[in-house]
Each structure stands twice: as C-alpha cells, then as structure tokens.
Design a protein around this ligand. Structure first.
Ligand code: PLP
Length: 391
C-alpha cells in the first residue's frame, strides 16, 4: 500500500506548495533592493494578516523568541505582571517572566478549561505592568476570550499592557486588535501561515513602544526598537531568514487569492475554514463516543480528545502513523498518553478533515476495539460541511 505523509499537528502544519517553491527560488542577498522590496511587501501584508494598524515586526526565531522579546522589551526587573496560565504555553509565560526578574502573579485554570473572569479581575493590581496570556492554549485545545480580557482591563482602568501569544490563535480566531486594545499579538511561521518553522512575528502598539523606552531588561538580538528602525528602511537588523520570508510572502498571497486578492477577507476565510474543520472534528468524535478534553471553550486551532480510561492515546498516534502515514499530536507533559490533538489551522480543508475522521473511525473500531461503526463520525461531519456550504 502507498501512503502519503500527512501532518495534522498544530505546528508544524502542512506546507503550502507555492510557498515551498518561493523558498527554493529565494536566492538573493539581504542588502539589496530586491530583498528590500520583498521585505517591505511582506511586512505590509503581515499587518493586514494580523489585522492591525500597529507596527508588525518579523524575527528569525521560533515563536518563543517573540515571546521572549515581549518580556525583555517591555519590562524591568522587579516589575509586577499577571500571567494567565492554563497549559504548557501559559507555563512558558510564567518561566519566561521569572527568568527576566519579574514578579508574576499567576491566575491558573485547570488543563482543558479557561479562566474565571472574576479571578483575573481580583489578581489585577494598580502596579501590574503587563498581562501575559495565550489566545489559544495549544497544549489543551482551549480558546481564551481575549476580547473579554481586554474589556476587563479597560473597565479596571488598568495601565497594564495586554500581551497575547496568538501563535495558534492567529488564523484560527477572529480578533479586532486595535479596537479591543491588544498591545502585542505574537505569531509563528509554522502554524497558520503554512510555512516551515523559523520565523516569529508580532504587532506592537504605541503604548507598548512607550514602555519599551523605559524598560530596563537586557535585550540585544531581540531588541525590537532596532528592528523597528531597520524595518522602516525595508531591512532587518541582522541577517534575515530570506527564504522563509519569500515563503511567507507567497503564503500571504495565497491567502489573499482565496478572497479575490483581499488579504483581510482571505484571513477571515482562513479562520472560518479552521472553525468549520474544528466543528466537524468535534462533532464526529463526540458521535463516536470520545470525550472532548476542552468542551467548554474549544479552540478552532486544534481539537484535544481524551481517550477512554485504559486506552493510551499514544496508540492512536502510532496507529494513525502506521496505517495512514498521518501524524497527529500526543498530549504534552502530564497529558501525554491521555489525549491526542488534531490541528485545523493553516493549510487544511474539509476534505482533510473528512479523511482523518474516517481514519479515526477505523482505528477506534479495529485497533482500540471501541464500539464504533463506520460512518458514525463521518455522517455528522459531512452534514456539518454540507450545511456550511448552504449558507
Ligand atoms: C507553537 C506555540 C508556541 C511557540 O513554540 P515554538 O516552538 O517556540 O515555535 C508558543 N505558544 C503557542 C500557543 C504555540 O502553539
């Protein structure tokens, strides 16, 4: 039997062929008019993709690099900050802020859940300098309500910067960054924008720039002020990841092309697409008797599914790989063996979802020996897609 390798992981996600070709063709020096034109174009497109009037900067790093920059550039040692943590990536904010000498107050929610707004309100103090949160917690498949958190900060007349890890939120969630008042929104290349790992990007509000002027934490490679100055001239401070930037340009062109050349409208379609695929997946797996790990606030970026007691989720991961060449994600840390995760953000479509649901039925029925019949998940998934087509 022939099998194609297919990624269903929430980063890296499947690559867009047009972006791969653009990478292969990107044979240019970075201090040339050719590159400047490419870089300026991609930075302008990124603003539209993120959906903001704020500056958007690109960094040659994985997503964590932009998370680190969002700590080092806007804070000073001893600053009080609020970390909202409900999974592995929330925990990363907590360790990052401690690494830079901050004093984080932590509001946590159990894995699989989102925060209690009253708990956030109670943990917000007059001297809280920044709030760090994920838009979607990829390790648990939860979506946090950024709009509500932003509104809460306003109601409390807080001066805290709102710093959002949108690494899997961008392209899977609708945001209105400027009107909600999100100061920093972070993205990563290996998620919704369909290209390999290696780039991070972030939008930065004027309020955050003001904080960067007085912040005393050390920064060198990730000095955002230096990047901003260079970006205005179509350059990056250090050698940029030229081929990835070419790939990103091609991917953003593709997203725009899905909506007649309008990138903002293309992003809306990308988000709606992820949401449709996520709804199909959740409905199918529930109909097959699985339990969703994050039923109350599910993300469209990724669906986390609990395996029944006595069944190690690693078996699902392993069998999908050996029977179908498909890679899904296991749980991270202590969730390993208990959940499996299926991505919807980026270069996926409903047909990918239908195929994966069919494969999961097969694994559930024959390998896990669960009481699942063929069609049990597929029919509800097909119905959701058919209904979505009619509106
Ligand atoms: C993937 C991801 C990151 C970044 O991880 P890197 O490995 O540094 O790219 C951060 N936050 C979330 C929510 C993610 O999904």
């Amino acid at each position: 039997m022939f099998r194609k390798n297919r990624l269903f992981t929430p980063g890296p996600t499947p690559l867009l062929p047009a972006a791969q070709f653009a990478m292969a063709a990107a044979d240019m020096h970075h201090r040339t008019p050719e590159f400047k034109a490419l870089y300026s174009k991609v930075l302008a497109q990124l603003k539209q993709f993120v959906g903001t009037q704020n500056d958007v900067l690109l960094l040659a790093s994985s997503g964590t690099g932009a998370m680190e920059a969002s700590v080092s550039n806007f804070t000073s040692p001893g600053d009080r900050v609020l970390v909202l943590s409900a999974g592995k990536f929330g925990e990363r904010w907590a360790s990052l802020t401690k690494t830079f000498g901050l004093r984080p107050d932590v509001v946590s929610a159990p894995y699989g859940e989102t925060f209690d707004q009253a708990a956030i309100r109670a943990a917000l103090h007059d001297d809280t300098r920044a709030v760090y949160v994920q838009a979607t917690e990829t390790s648990t498949g939860v979506r946090h309500d950024i709009q509500a958190i932003a509104a809460l900060l306003r109601q409390a007349n807080s001066n805290a910067l709102l710093i959002v890890d949108g690494i899997t939120g961008l392209g899977s969630t609708h945001f209105d960054i400027d009107s909600w008042g999100v100061d920093v929104m972070i993205g990563g290349s290996q998620k919704a924008v369909m290209i390999p790992p290696g780039l991070s990007y972030l939008s930065i509000s004027e309020r955050a720039w003001a904080a960067a002027e007085t912040a005393k934490n050390p920064r060198f490679y990730f000095d955002l002020r230096k990047e901003r100055k260079n970006a205005k001239a179509g350059e990056s401070a250090y050698t940029p990841a030229v081929s990835l930037i070419a790939a990103l340009g091609a991917a953003l062109d593709f997203i725009a092309s899905q909506a007649g050349g309008d990138l903002a409208a293309g992003r809306t379609l990308l988000v709606d697409n992820a949401q449709t695929c996520a709804t199909m997946t959740r409905t199918a797996l529930t109909a097959m008797g699985f339990t969703l790990f994050a039923p109350t606030a599910p993300a469209a970026a990724v669906t986390a599914v609990a395996t029944p007691d006595g069944i190690d989720s690693s078996a699902v991961v392993k069998e999908l790989k050996s029977h179908y060449g498909a890679t899904i994600a296991n749980g991270q840390g202590e969730m390993k063996g208990k959940i499996f995760r299926i991505a919807h953000l980026g270069y996926f479509d409903p047909l990918d979802t239908i195929a994966l649901v069919a494969a999961l039925e097969h694994i559930a029925k024959d390998t896990l020996q669960l009481p699942v019949e063929f069609g049990q998940g597929l029919v509800p998934a097909q119905s959701i897609y058919a209904a979505a087509m009619k509106v």
